[in-house]
Design a protein around this ligand. Structure first.
Ligand code: CDP
Length: 784
């Protein structure tokens, strides 16, 4: 790849300032709540105080008597229209509004439509709902018992068990375990957490009765897929549905599913003929949607006494709440959890996962991770350290010994994934040098002698991102490819429309850089649009770090199609044979004659004013890119913690993150992705967890209890990189958006256990709250 002259173009590898920031910094962003349409009505939602109850009566008369209240929509109203249930992304079905039973606390029960937001909010308190409470089941292990309350009597199968899924080779794994010198075993719980985007979910649904067209401005990460599903569910023809996803204040996977509020707002607009706005408030968002993780894992790792890892066996209970609405590709009910062998060359592995219903809101959103990779990485990285501790080996040595060697790529993992490229020892060596690993181990020994608690934790993770090849990945049958359409205007400026949808990742900048690099046109003259199904080409949306591997690739290929046509026009202008031209320094030149050349700006003008007779006018192309494989970014993270013996508080003193996402489009944006991801990875390690009492009452309903990290807790992240291009991606890039969220928690977990390992501690589940750690210190007699 040539980089000559890119500073004037702003192509690949340049720290181009984000094009979207001027509007955000000036308060000119256009979020869903900024949309105001004439005659717009407002919706608010009545929610269940019970986790499990029959609804015996809904009396809306007092609410309807409030001036300004136009309607109260209930499950019975939706049932009459065949819309009381909707499909989930995992081919389950989910209540939009319940007809007779609620199955989790904060579930949507009815919706009030009013002329003012505040009237709607007042009116929901006046909707009288009578409940007959039922015993809830909250613990997924209890939910699997024969006499457990049934969460979903609507299903044919009268059990809370949803599915059983396996990957890998059980017999080969058993055999490897039999032959191993040592087996380490560990149970882990990855708690339920919440996405907690700055912007909550919401929409403005606007049905035009004359045109018969439904336009929905909504906080979604996947507008086209939503349009198709809306059309299939409502019967409205797809060309009469327009989904607009304007600026989005953070998605992180939480804005992939369809939540009941969206559907009820659409129904309300269809019924009233008015636009209807629904915006969740913070507590509703925190209590009802955007939940992730909740995996109970039991792992065993077999190895030889010299630390050579042989096989991995993992059993998992996945708590999906009351509906299986997890955002996983159809073929993978447990997501990509089977990438659990990580960066290590194991002989065999076997993974079994059981999904289970409980009386909680549905979980399983791919919160800043590629469909359950976070859970997989946490497991294997903890298991490597557990083995090192058992064998009294340095965890860095165990990793170095077991890494898939660089020359083994493309590498087929024991669970069937083909890793595209990697150089794991290089990344770990770089991280160890940067942090002075040997020096830290010395310091730790000295501190231990003085009774101080210091820990060093490593995580050398491999991600799997860029879903996907269409032969393997689909969502509800829609194949996972992605797209870009590029149009070059006569004066050489460009509009590129992409099938993915940014929620803060800076696509308007990086995708313009891809076009700039491929066409040799300056980045400032390239506009990138996305998020409007009436204009953007069909795409599957942005989540799971898939944008660069899929739509990024489509953008490069579409630009290359334009370049192919441009070659013919250039030949015409240069009076040469197209085969005699070469693309050099962002220009077509006659081979070996740099003086005879023409750039894309001139070619663009000629495409409309002076094109050869055998070439169509105009300069545009579209590409739907179906990647041949996923991309496998990786990293080596090292974390140093100090634990306060007086309070149990864990302080991250240093954290070095060496990431490899192949060739980088914009290093500044990648740095930003990693810094944000590290903080979001630190959060569940130290602070965040959603829990429920035995009645299904959520215990972290506000940010007073659900502790998000602030600048106070966030250390100064030290980042670095190695570059191992993807061999199959058109410009060698891999995704990066989620690497840090995935890699950080086990580095912190390993550091905390390392700080306590000399006391005999072998595992602690995240989050490492001061009270949890202090109890461990007390138990071991080292609390102050
Ligand atoms: O799908 P999502 O945009 O969340 O994830 P991504 O494809 O990993 O990209 C996150 C941001 O980093 C985007 O603006 C990418 O274009 C940028 N990026 C980059 O500059 N170089 C890479 N090799 C990968 C991503």
């Amino acid at each position: 790849m040539s980089t000559t002259g890119t500073s004037t173009i702003g192509g690949m590898g340049h720290r181009v300032k984000r094009k979207e920031d001027p509007r955000f910094l000036r308060g000119k962003g256009n979020y869903v709540d900024d949309i105001k349409l004439p005659g717009m009505l407002y919706m608010d939602i009545v929610r269940s105080p019970y986790a499990h109850a029959n609804i015996t009566k809904i009396d809306a008369s007092k609410a309807l008597a409030i001036p300004g209240v136009l309607a109260v929509v209930t499950g019975k109203d939706l049932d009459a229209a065949g819309l009381a249930w909707m499909p989930t992304l995992m081919s389950d079905k989910q209540m939009v509004l319940p007809v007779d039973r609620v199955v989790y606390q904060a579930q949507e029960v009815a919706a009030v439509i009013a002329t003012e937001r505040y009237i709607a909010a007042d009116a929901i308190a006046q909707v009288e709902v009578e409940y007959d409470p039922l015993p809830p089941v909250i613990d997924p292990f209890k939910a699997m018992e024969a006499d457990a309350p049934l969460v979903r009597p609507d299903r044919e199968q009268k059990t809370n068990h949803i599915w059983h899924w396996e990957a890998g080779d059980a017999a080969k794994t058993d055999e490897a375990f039999r032959q191993a010198d040592v087996v380490v075993k560990q149970d882990l719980y990855i708690p339920r957490i919440h996405v907690a985007s700055i912007e909550t979910c919401g929409c403005v649904a606007s049905f035009d009765r004359v045109a018969g067209k439904l336009t929905v401005y909504m906080t979604t990460q996947a507008p086209h897929a939503i349009r198709t599903v809306f059309s299939l569910v409502t019967g409205i023809p797809e060309h009469k549905i327009r989904i607009i996803s304007p600026d989005i204040g953070g998605g992180f996977g939480g804005k992939v599913p369809v939540y009941p509020g969206y559907v009820v707002a659409c129904v309300a607009s269809l019924q009233t003929g008015h636009p209807v706005k629904w915006i969740e408030d913070r507590s509703e968002n925190l209590q009802a949607d955007s939940f992730a993780r909740d995996y109970h894992i039991s792992a065993e790792l077999a190895a030889n006494n010299d630390g050579t890892m042989k096989a991995l066996r993992v059993k998992t209970l996945a708590d999906h709440g009351a509906f299986d609405a997890a955002a996983n590709p159809s073929k993978f009910p447990a997501g990509l959890f089977s990438v659990i062998t990580g960066s290590y060359g194991l002989e065999a592995a076997h993974v079994a996962v059981d999904g289970v219903y409980t009386n909680k809101p549905s979980g399983g959103v791919a919160y800043r991770c590629s469909f359950r990779v976070t859970e997989a990485v946490h497991t294997i990285e903890r298991m490597v350290d557990t083995l090192a501790q058992q064998l009294k080996m340095d965890p860095a040595d165990v990793r170095m010994k077991n890494f898939i060697p660089p020359e083994a790529f493309p590498y087929k993992s024991a669970t069937g994934w083909e890793y595209d490229s990697g150089n794991y020892p290089a990344a770990l060596r770089k991280a160890m040098e940067k942090i002075d690993y040997a020096g830290l181990r010395k310091e730790q020994a000295e501190k231990r002698a003085k009774g101080e608690l210091m820990g060093i934790g490593i995580s050398t993770f491999t991600e799997i991102v860029g879903a996907g090849p269409s032969h393997t990945f689909d969502i509800l049958g829609i194949k996972m490819f992605d797209s870009c359409e590029i149009r070059v205007h006569p004066t050489g400026s460009v509009i590129a429309r992409i099938g993915v949808q940014s929620q803060g990742q800076g696509h308007e900048t990086t995708f313009a850089q891809i076009v700039a690099e491929e066409l040799g046109l300056p980045v400032e003259n390239i506009t990138v649009e996305h998020g409007d199904t009436d204009t953007a080409p069909y795409g599957l949306g942005t989540y799971a770090s898939r944008s660069t591997p899929t739509a990024g690739a489509a953008t490069a290929v579409a630009a290359r199609k334009i370049r192919d046509k441009a070659r013919k026009i250039a030949a015409h202008l240069l009076e040469a044979n197209p085969d005699d031209l070469e693309w050099q320094d962002y220009k077509f030149q006659v081979k070996g004659t740099p003086g005879r050349s023409v750039g894309m700006k001139e070619i663009a003008f000629a495409a409309y004013t002076n094109f050869p007779s055998d070439v169509e006018a105009g300069l545009e192309a579209v590409d739907y890119y179906d990647p041949p494989n996923m991309t496998f970014p990786f990293g080596a993270y090292i974390c140093v913690v100090d634990i306060d013996r007086g309070t149990g508080q864990v302080k991250i003193r240093r954290f070095v993150a060496v990431d490899d996402c192949g060739n980088i489009i914009n290093p500044m944006i990648v740095d930003g992705q990693i810094h944000g991801g590290l903080t979001m990875g630190m959060a569940p390690a130290l602070l965040e967890a959603i829990t429920y009492d035995e009645n299904g009452n959520m215990q972290q309903g506000t940010f007073m209890e659900y502790l998000l990290p602030t600048a106070m807790e966030t250390p100064a992240w030290e980042t670095d990189k190695t570059v191992t291009p993807s061999p199959h991606h058109p410009f060698g890039a891999k995704g990066v958006g989620e690497s840090a969220t995935v890699g950080a928690p086990p580095a912190i977990a390993n550091a905390v256990v390392d700080a306590l390992s000399h006391l005999g501690v072998t595992h602690v589940d995240i989050p490492f709250t001061p009270w949890k750690i202090y109890a461990i210190l007390e138990e071991h007699g080292v609390a102050e």
